[in-house]
Write a protein that binds this ligand. Structure first.
Ligand code: NDP
Length: 477
């Protein structure tokens, strides 16, 4: 029997994706470099659907109906190139090669060019939701040609998470658009988690709540505007205790956050595009700081914490509500920045990305899934070309309503010596945007002074330079 689609690379992600595809009635060809994994998949889960297992890549390719659609789900980077190189000579013109791994979008651009020269379609497919998502319904961001999506779309839409009957899978744009959007998704996930971590730290260190009490707070928040997978999971994790002593699990985990690199990629790409993704950047740096154990130990020794000096008293209930408002406002900023980056990336690379569709497919299946994304989807439906999410009626009202609390929380954190890089930078970003005049004027004047970099004036058109070292007369350039 010819398979409808093939999956090569059967570690956790590939195996679960293949099972998900087969469960949805598609005959699925499966292959892995090490055959035992293929055998294990068929032995354990063969009754979930129809799998066609092959030991060699040649047989795997032959087992798929043409034009073939082959999903590569191997380690990102060189292994993906190695598999593509092995695969390409075995393919026929018009076949579709899909990279479902976490590729850097620049690699996807390169691979798409190379394969399209050979008459093949290359699709960069961002898959979010971890191994559980891959099995039960991920969020799938597909980049590539329309033609490729015609063949792939029905399959990926059938296996994706569904929200209100809409699949969390879409063709987001050509070549690397899918991987770019997936990258920014992960960046936003970094910001979201950092904001949650700061809220937890504030509630614990300033309001004196226990992890279990904070779990209750998060559970309550999950019933409102903040409702999301990560908020729900935070309540669960904070309630979890360790061993017989029953101490909070969060207290036995080493406080060093690791990273696989997608946050860093997002920030690097944002720097290249000139898009201020301060929430994502601070979240990425905060993880780095947590890992600088020697510096942290040295600083702790020199700057001993005097508990009295840093004690700030707050009304617990009032503060909890202020933190909620600050968290929500900061989250709006982080998402607005992330969507700005997608818009800028799309423009830079000539991808026509529908931001409303991105919000739609993030509503389910992925780590940042949240009720909040419905609001973003609605905002783009109302105004597809909007300048920033921040100023749309719903979000503007939310931010305006929370701004006093936001300031209070950031000020209290500063007084109490609790680091809130994401809360603080989001507030500064907001103030930066809304400020009538920015001190950028002074920076531009300084640039003109030391480097003759010129400036523009508020009162007339043109570009000017002042002869700082001479008679200080102004020249029009
Ligand atoms: P890994 O990233 O751990 O990769 C292991 C797989 O890659 C195995 O099937 C392995 O084959 C294969 N492989 C490695 N090198 C080669 C090579 N040179 N040639 C052929 N095959 C090779 O697997 P995951 O399932 O964790 O992830 C797969 C992809 O999905 C990655 O790109 C990852 O970034 C991405 N991803 C992962 C998520 C997750 O939560 N884990 C979430 C979203 C995306 P063998 O068995 O023979 O060693």
């Amino acid at each position: 029997q010819q398979a409808t689609i093939g999956v090569t690379g059967l570690a956790v992600m590939g195996r679960n994706l293949a099972r998900n595809i087969a469960r949805h009635g598609h005959v699925t060809a499966v292959h892995n470099r090490t055959f035992t994994k293929t055998e294990a998949l068929v032995d354990e889960f063969g009754d979930e659907g129809t799998f066609v297992a092959s030991e060699s890549l040649e047989d795997f390719v032959k087992s798929i109906e043409t034009p073939r659609a082959i999903i590569i789900m191997v380690k990102a980077g060189e292994p993906t190139d190695a598999v593509i190189d092995e695969l390409v000579p075995l393919l026929d013109e018009g076949d579709i090669v899909v990279d479902g791994g976490n590729a850097h979008f620049a690699d996807t651009v390169r691979r798409e060019q190379a394969l399209s020269e050979k008459g093949l379609h290359f699709v960069g497919m961002g898959v979010s939701g971890g191994e559980e998502g891959a099995l039960h319904g991920p969020s799938i961001m597909v980049g590539g040609s329309e033609h490729a999506y015609e063949r792939l779309g029905p399959i990926v839409e059938s296996i994706a998470a569904q929200v209100d009957g809409t699949p969390c899978a879409a063709h987001v744009g050509p070549d690397a658009a899918g991987h770019f959007v997936k990258m920014v998704h992960n960046g936003i996930e970094y910001a979201d988690m950092q904001l949650i971590a700061e809220a937890y730290d504030l509630l614990r260190s300033i309001a004196g709540l226990s992890p279990a009490e904070i779990a209750d707070v998060f559970e309550e928040w999950n019933g409102g505007d903040l409702e999301s997978f990560l908020i729900e999971m935070t309540a669960d994790v904070l309630r979890h205790t360790d061993g017989e002593g029953g101490q909070p699990f969060v207290d036995v985990v080493l406080d060093e956050a690791e990273q696989k690199g997608t946050g860093r990629w997002t920030v690097q790409a944002a720097l290249d595009l000139g898009v201020p993704v301060t929430g994502i950047a601070e979240a990425t740096f905060a993880r780095s700081l947590s890992g600088h154990t020697e510096q942290r130990a040295a600083a702790r020794e020199v700057f001993t914490t005097d508990p009295d000096e840093q004690r700030v008293s707050v009304d617990r209930d009032v503060f909890v509500d202020q933190v909620r408002a600050a968290l929500y406002a900061s989250k709006v900023v982080a998402y607005a920045q992330g969507f700005d980056q997608i818009a800028a990336g799309a423009e830079e690379h000539g991808w026509d990305v529908d931001l409303g569709s991105v919000a739609t497919i993030w509503r389910g299946g992925c780590i940042i899934r949240a009720q909040f994304l419905d609001r973003i989807k609605d905002a783009y439906a109302e105004e597809p070309d909007l300048t920033t999410l921040l100023t749309t009626a719903y979000f503007a009202d939310a931010v305006k309503g929370g701004v006093d609390a936001w300031r209070e929380v950031v000020a209290t954190a500063a007084r109490g010596g609790v680091p809130v890089p994401a809360f603080g930078s989001s507030l500064s970003y907001f103030d930066g945007l809304r400020r009538e005049r920015l001190p950028a004027a002074l920076i531009q004047a300084l640039r003109d002074d030391f480097g003759a970099h010129t400036y523009r004036r508020v009162d007339r058109e043109g570009t000017f330079h002042t002869l700082w070292a001479g008679d200080r007369s102004e020249q029009e350039i």
